[in-house]
Design a protein around this ligand. Structure first.
Ligand SMILES: Nc1ncnc2c1ncn2[C@@H]1O[C@H](COP(=O)(O)OP(=O)(O)OP(=O)(O)O)[C@@H](O)[C@H]1O
Ligand SMILES: O=P(O)(O)OC[C@H]1O[C@H](OP(=O)(O)OP(=O)(O)O)[C@H](O)[C@@H]1O
Length: 217
């Protein structure tokens, strides 16, 4: 028996869109995966020598980059933030669309950019890279959620966060002032595993074909 292939998926919103696509590629987790009361983190798959692990979005990239999981699904925001050299993102899955944007308090926009800014974000690397290009040194206050609170409480002058409908910004008195990155979910693989394990290459081809078909689930 070969060692099971490990497929990492994020716990939250991407998963709902990813599961139907995964099923069409033959990746179907055992029933316990859907049991909200279960505390298991690793699940066998039906009819395949694969196991699914469910982790935080940023950790999907970490597991795959280190080869602890060979395959995963994660937003391109996470791929770009880490820029791991051992991680390859060969397929755009055309799900999980959103954008990474800069936002400021309504009424405080405009005016020249200062040489130094304090910015709250879950994405320190992407934030620094974006502001460097504008000649601004960004001091990033790392938060893991609820970034939108930072400007009104004086923690930062701006935030860099994910925007989808724009509702969270609006309800917290913020306005989107620039767009850094358009985001969608990607199939990611460990580069070494892709070279050495035919099952990884086969999965890449299966997802590539599914996305190319553009047939609704
Ligand atoms: N409105 C949105 N807000 C946040 N993420 C979104 C949104 N729309 C799409 N995404 C994508 O979903 C990803 C988060 O995926 P998901 O919610 O499945 O992970 P998670 O493990 O629950 O995240 P976290 O670690 O933040 O709890 C983001 O990295 C982004 O690519
Ligand atoms: O533009 P919208 O449609 O309002 O979506 C954007 C919001 O969704 C995400 O937060 P999430 O719900 O994942 O919670 P979090 O603050 O824990 O990251 C993101 O961080 C924004 O706060």
């Amino acid at each position: 028996m070969p060692t099971p292939l490990t497929f990492a998926v994020p716990k939250g919103r991407i998963l709902d869109e990813a599961l139907p696509l995964m099923a069409r590629a033959g990746v179907v987790p055992e029933a316990e995966f859907h049991d909200k009361k279960s505390r298991a983190l690793s699940f066998a798959c039906e009819n395949s020598d694969m196991r699914l692990i469910r982790v935080r979005a940023f950790d999907v990239a970490t597991f795959v980059a280190h080869g602890a999981a060979q395959v995963g699904i994660v937003g391109s925001d996470v791929v770009e933030e880490f820029a791991y050299s051992d991680l390859y993102a060969p397929v755009d899955l055309d799900i999980g669309h959103c954008r990474l944007s800069v936002a400021e308090l309504v009424g405080e926009t405009g005016g020249p950019l200062p040489s130094h800014l304090r910015i709250a974000s879950k994405y320190p690397s992407l934030t620094r890279r974006h502001f460097e290009k504008l000649g601004v040194q960004a001091e990033v206050v790392k938060l893991n959620g609820a970034m939108e609170l930072a400007p009104m409480l004086g923690l930062s002058s701006r935030i860099v966060d994910l925007v989808s409908t724009g509702r969270t910004l609006k309800e917290n008195g913020l306005v989107e002032t620039s767009r850094i990155l358009d985001i969608s979910a990607r199939l990611i693989v460990n580069r070494a595993a892709l070279k050495t394990d035919d099952r990884v290459a086969a999965l890449v081809e299966a997802f590539r074909a599914l996305v190319a078909e553009k047939v609704p689930a």
